[in-house]
Design a protein around this ligand. Structure first.
Ligand code: NAD
Length: 473
């Protein structure tokens, strides 16, 4: 496994020789000791990206495209290696890791195709006497900051459009999961990315050193995925030098089961919406609103299905639910469940944390009150919290009663479900489906869940800026 920084085309230890432990959350052992990036290393990464920017921007789109395609092919050949690194440092189950590996590599393929299709525009002025050309060029050096929950896909969802657009990059992964990021960067190196075009740093202390990079005038873009709290701070930091931002922030997704919903479909979708990635997903269904008429049957089927989920190390492919990323996350989930019970909910299933790894059982709570802490906090774990409702307007009001707006799910007869979907304040709404993530679709949130979109044809536009060239007719 690679445990160093990548700066100007070279793997190297941190300039002050320090390292931090990467922990396997399944058994709490040390998987690796990763290099700490000092301020000098961060500045070297900005220098390298800035030096490489003009040449990379001038590279033929076809060349950038083929490099991304090559990276996609390497990841396809090595998909199990890729998945295993994720399991070791993140704790996720084997099927979640393979699912993420498949999703992550698709961004390289998708943006290999988008690199050669950047749109421009040509217009005649309304008076017919002028020509207006709208040209698009790479925004410049881009700082990419990713979270630990999808350590591969969040990196490729940023690296691929940035590289396709002609931007050079500095990737800063989460401290919990640097090994997956280092592996992805090495795949790009092997695919032939020129020196300085992709750099990887893991700065400590994080906040001040990220701010120091943002303050460098060469850095023109921050693409961040993480919590709303950190995103807000970074928006302030970017304001000082008017750096362009894309923000994929926290979620608090409602999942509504309407009267008349097909319960086979609803339970299957709800299991995916809740349990994918062990519930550690910004898109995870966080609050279930289930209509009175289907409530008891839905609860009974969900309880039966969740009781069958096998918990344990992701290296054992038979386990359906892996570990949470850390003991701190496990304890946070346990305290949310205990708090929900104190606030009047009933524990129907689960509620157990393991002592020798960061495991938490699949858990189901009923009688949850809308507005209680578990419905206003991003759980980020395998806990289904069910609120009963009897009026659809009230369900819509409760679903929208949050500062977040990333994802929402509706299950019901299609016309009724689409009518509700239209009323939900979210960047993405799934109707009778449990997973929406798709490289070909625009991913992103409204309200305090973010700014901008990733993936799709919109994703590359985040790394391009428009130039108007004025001509005579
Ligand atoms: P986090 O905000 O704690 O960390 C995200 C990244 O920011 C990490 O790389 C971290 O090291 C870095 N960071 C932390 N403090 C920083 C600071 N002061 N300055 C600069 N960088 C800093 O989030 P997390 O705990 O790693 O991930 C979970 C969060 O990410 C959840 O809220 C989840 O909803 C969100 N998320 C959102 C999406 C999305 O697409 N909207 C996707 C995945 C995760």
């Amino acid at each position: 496994m690679i445990t160093d920084l990548f700066i100007d085309g070279e793997w190297r230890p941190g300039s002050d020789g320090k390292r931090f432990d990467v922990i396997d959350p399944a058994d709490l052992s040390v998987v690796a000791q990763f290099a700490v990036a000092s301020e000098k290393d961060c500045m070297d990464a900005v220098d390298a990206a800035a030096a490489a920017q003009p040449t990379w921007a001038a590279t033929a789109p076809r060349e950038r495209s083929e490099l991304l395609r090559k990276a996609y092919e390497i990841l396809t050949d090595e998909v199990e290696v890729f998945a295993e690194i994720m399991v070791r440092e993140n704790g996720k189950s084997w099927s979640d890791a393979m699912g993420e590996a498949g999703y992550a590599k698709e961004f390289f393929r998708w943006f290999a195709e988008e690199a050669v299709r950047v749109p421009g525009d040509y217009r005649l002025s309304p008076a017919g006497d002028k020509r207006i050309i709208v040209d698009r060029s790479p925004i410049g050096v881009s700082l990419l900051i990713t979270p630990w929950n999808f350590p591969a896909a969040m990196a490729t969802r940023k690296l691929a459009p940035a590289l396709a657009a002609g931007c050079t990059t500095i990737l800063k992964p989460a401290r919990e999961t640097p090994l997956t990021a280092a592996y992805v960067v090495d795949v790009l190196r092997r695919a032939g990315v020129p020196d300085g075009v992709v750099n990887l740093v893991t700065p400590v202390p994080t906040g001040p050193l990220v701010k120091a990079m943002i303050d460098r005038p060469e850095v023109r873009k921050l693409s961040f995925t993480g919590s709303t709290e950190v995103g807000r701070d970074l928006l302030h930091a970017c304001a000082d030098s008017v750096v362009s931002t894309s923000m994929e922030l926290g979620g608090n997704a409602p999942l509504i089961v309407l009267p008349g919903a097909d319960l086979d479909e609803a339970v299957e979708g709800a299991l995916l919406a809740k349990m994918r990635n062990g519930g550690s997903a910004c898109t995870a269904a966080n609050r279930f609103y289930v209509h009175d008429s289907v409530h008891d049957e839905f609860v009974s089927r969900m309880t039966d299905a969740l009781a069958k989920v096998k918990v344990g190390s992701g290296l054992d492919r038979a386990n359906g639910l892996g570990a949470l990323v850390s003991v701190a996350e496990r304890d946070k989930v346990a305290s949310l469940v205990a708090g929900a019970v104190d606030e009047g909910a009933t524990l129907q299933l689960g509620g157990n944390a393991s002592a020798d790894g960061a495991f938490y059982d699949a858990t189901l709570l009923t009688g949850v009150t809308h507005g209680s802490t578990i419905t206003t906090t991003e759980i980020f774990g395998p806990v289904t919290a069910i609120v009963r409702f009897d009026d659809v307007d009230e369900a819509v009001r409760m679903a929208n009663d949050t500062e977040f707006g990333l994802m929402a799910y509706v299950f019901g007869e299609e016309r009724a479900a689409v009518a509700v979907a239209r009323r939900l304040e979210a960047g993405m709404v799934a109707v009778n489906r449990g997973v929406v993530s798709d490289p070909a679709a625009p991913f992103g949130g409204v309200k305090q869940s973010g700014l901008g979109r990733e993936g799709s044809s919109e994703g590359i536009l985040e790394f391009l800026e428009e130039k108007y060239i004025a001509l005579t007719a």
